[in-house]
Design a binder for this molecule. Structure first.
Ligand SMILES: Nc1ncnc2c1ncn2[C@@H]1O[C@H](COP(=O)(O)OP(=O)(O)O)[C@@H](O)[C@H]1O
Ligand SMILES: [Mg+2]
Length: 215
């Protein structure tokens, strides 16, 4: 039954959770997570937390002013059940209750020097193909939105899959994996400031560098 968790979210978590969207292009800022909730991660729209009594669920709370809750619900409806994706059990006014995924994001793998097998990349490729067959358009698939779990790849964030414009992030990540990560880095941890610099550089390059560069 999910109702006890809904009650905890609405009576205990939401009144005390303090999250803020500071800059639209940077991850939201988490100021306070009330006990005994645990922060699982934060993204560009939301903070994701879990409660110890409901450890197989994740509660994704959208920061005030960040859109996308209804779209994400709809994406999960279209995806149905698939091993590489979570599921949405409930949608509240500013939060979703999702099946918890217990992997580690590829971003954190790189930070900590955990090797990423090529099979993970192939799993994510086929999960994205599956989403396309369901009429979706995989979007914003980057290192913090995909995970390694028991040697397999899973997709943790589908919130932008209804967007229509194309997105080259996953193809770029694959190219970086084959050209740089696999041959050079592999087990080597990379400091966070460098990954942040790569993210900012990547955005700058996309905003300025690519226009008219296909000729
Ligand atoms: N279902 C889940 N199970 C476990 N952790 C999750 C789950 N969903 C998200 N997370 C964690 O929270 C982070 C932010 O979630 P995400 O869905 O990417 O938010 P956003 O849409 O704001 O980018 C992820 O990078 C991941 O670490
Ligand atoms: Mg995300």
């Amino acid at each position: 039954m999910i109702q006890p968790l809904i009650d905890l979210v609405e009576q205990q978590l939401l009144p005390q959770l303090n999250i803020e969207s500071v800059y639209p292009h940077d991850p939201i800022v988490v100021h306070h997570v009330p006990k005994p909730w645990k922060l699982l991660g934060a993204g560009n729209y939301a903070a994701v937390v879990s409660h110890p009594d409901f450890s197989d669920m994740a509660v994704k709370v959208y920061a005030p002013g960040r859109p996308g809750l209804e779209d994400e619900t709809e994406v999960y409806r279209l995806l149905g059940k698939h091993p590489a994706y979570s599921e949405c059990y409930h949608t509240g006014e500013c939060y979703l209750i999702l099946r918890r995924l217990s992997g580690i994001t590829l971003y954190n793998c790189i930070l900590r020097g955990i090797p990423i097998p090529r099979r993970v990349i192939d799993d994510i490729d086929s999960a994205l193909d599956y989403a396309r067959r369901k009429g979706l358009n995989p979007h914003d698939v980057h290192g913090k939105n995909v995970m390694l779990k028991d040697g397999r790849g899973i997709v943790v964030d589908v919130s932008d899959f209804l967007k229509e414009e194309s997105c080259s992030m996953w193809d770029d990540l694959k190219t970086a994996y084959d050209r740089f990560y696999f041959p050079v880095l592999h087990h080597m941890p990379v400091p966070e400031f460098l990954l942040t610099a790569v993210r900012k550089g990547y955005r700058w390059f996309n905003d300025h560098g690519r226009t008219g560069s296909d000729s």
